[in-house]
Design a binder for this molecule. Structure first.
Ligand code: AMP
Ligand code: GLY
Length: 397
């Protein structure tokens, strides 16, 4: 039987594994979680050594960390770029300078290496000031500040390492772009690519987009995007692949563009070298066969086909109270044996399923219409019980 090996432990990784299992694959997770064990086999993950030991099958990294660490440098079986190219996500300075070199549309920017340069460089921008840490910062690396003095203070601390644990070094000042955000995900093999269905995600903790940013509280798709915008996005992917080729890099894997549409024109805010979470959960539900088939084609170097989303899919994230800062953990979960769920922060303790992370379970719903999919996702959400369960009520409304 054909095998797939998935690196990671969240809902995105479970969703990828679920799709491959449906398509007849033997699925292995490194490390996975107590829920992924229902759709495959969990193994420990001990860094690059684990990947080197895999002898047969396709290796799919869920998070960018694996790629930045170089899993694609140690194994030919990895679906994803080598560490040098994963810097598109791992280093904002690298990504912005890459886009500038090749005329790929992004916000005007300056790179700042020391606190002393900050006041002068900030002066060439008008508020609000957008400051971006260079390295991976777990979604906390972008600050948007109205006051120039605050920007100097926080920016200095970002550079010196006093602001965010484990994050120090240069930063990027970006011109603030006003517009509508949109994400696009593509499957890439060299110069060939196909866009995945568009999915809307909800980053804020509370209904009506209030409260702090999170890893994502839900999602739905497919979202209709005007043909003109799709063309412009395809052009940005084309240019990116052309630029990578010119610099001597080959890219095979997922590419995720974080975009700002300014009067309908897309600007790239960021590149990610992986799929989104919770976008992937929706994409696999819309077309699991197309998802798997196109990954295999991209991997093997044959021409990819279009996706055929069937109806609509909705993901309602069940989080634990205190998320995102300090989620409550250890509560027992009761839920149906069957049902459409992708698991994230769950563990098995003494034979019981317990909460072990902030985003606990992705409650999924599918349907012919968005409303039907939404209703199903919320019906499933109500069937899961654990103390401190929290979820948004307005996903896909
Ligand atoms: P990034 O990690 O670069 O995608 O930035 C995280 C978030 O910060 C984005 O999703 C936007 O909401 C916001 N952001 C980043 N860059 C800009 C910009 N140049 N103008 C306005 N908002 C931005
Ligand atoms: N849902 C946003 C991301 O995965 O980056």
């Amino acid at each position: 039987m054909r095998k797939v090996h998935i690196l990671g432990s969240g809902g995105r990784e479970h969703a990828i594994g679920w799709a491959f299992r449906r398509c007849g694959f033997e699925v292995h997770y490194y490390p996975g979680n107590a829920g992924t064990a229902k759709d495959g086999v969990n193994h420990s993950y001990d860094g690059l050594e684990t990947v080197k030991r895999i002898e047969e099958g396709l290796v799919i990294p869920g998070s960018e960390r694996y790629l930045v660490d170089g899993v694609a440098n140690v194994s030919e079986m990895v679906f994803g770029p080598k560490a040098e190219v994963a810097r598109l996500e791992g280093s904002k300075v690298f990504a912005k300078e890459f886009m500038k070199r090749h005329g790929i549309r992004t916000a005007r920017f300056e790179v700042v290496h020391s606190p002393e340069e900050l006041p002068d460089k900030l002066r060439s921008f008008s508020p609000p000031y957008v400051l971006k840490a260079d390295g991976l910062a777990g979604g906390k690396g972008v600050l948007i500040l109205k006051d120039v003095n605050e920007a100097i203070e926080k920016g200095s601390k970002l550079i010196s390492g006093e602001l965010l644990k484990g994050v120090k070094g240069p930063l990027v000042i970006d011109e603030f772009l006003k517009g509508e955000e949109l994400s696009a995900m593509a499957l890439i093999n060299g110069s060939d690519f196909v866009l995945l269905p568009f999915v809307r995600d909800y980053k804020k903790l509370r209904d009506g987009d209030g409260g702090p940013n999170t890893g994502g509280m839900g999602s739905w798709g497919p979202v209709e995007v005007p043909a003109k915008t799709v063309e412009a996005i395809e052009e940005l992917v084309h240019r990116t692949l052309w630029a990578l080729d010119r610099e001597g890099y080959t890219y095979r894997g997922f590419l995720y563009l974080g975009l700002m549409l300014v009067d309908g024109e897309p600007f790239i805010l960021e590149y990610n070298v992986r799929l989104g979470d919770p976008e992937t959960e929706v994409v696999v539900l819309l077309d699991p066969e197309g998802f798997v088939d196109n990954i295999l084609k991209a991997f093997e170097g044959s021409k990819m086909g279009e996706f055929n989303p069937r109806g609509y899919a909705v993901d309602v994230v069940l989080a634990s109270e205190g998320y995102p800062d300090s989620p409550r953990k250890g509560q027992e979960i009761t839920m149906p044996e069957e049902g459409l769920y992708f698991f994230a922060g769950v563990s098995q303790v003494n034979g019981k399923l317990v909460v072990s992370g902030g985003r606990v379970i992705h409650s999924m719903g599918a349907g012919k219409t968005k409303d039907e999919a939404r209703k199903n996702a919320y019906l499933n959400a109500e069937k899961v019980e654990f103390p401190g369960k929290y979820y948004r009520r307005d996903i896909a409304l």
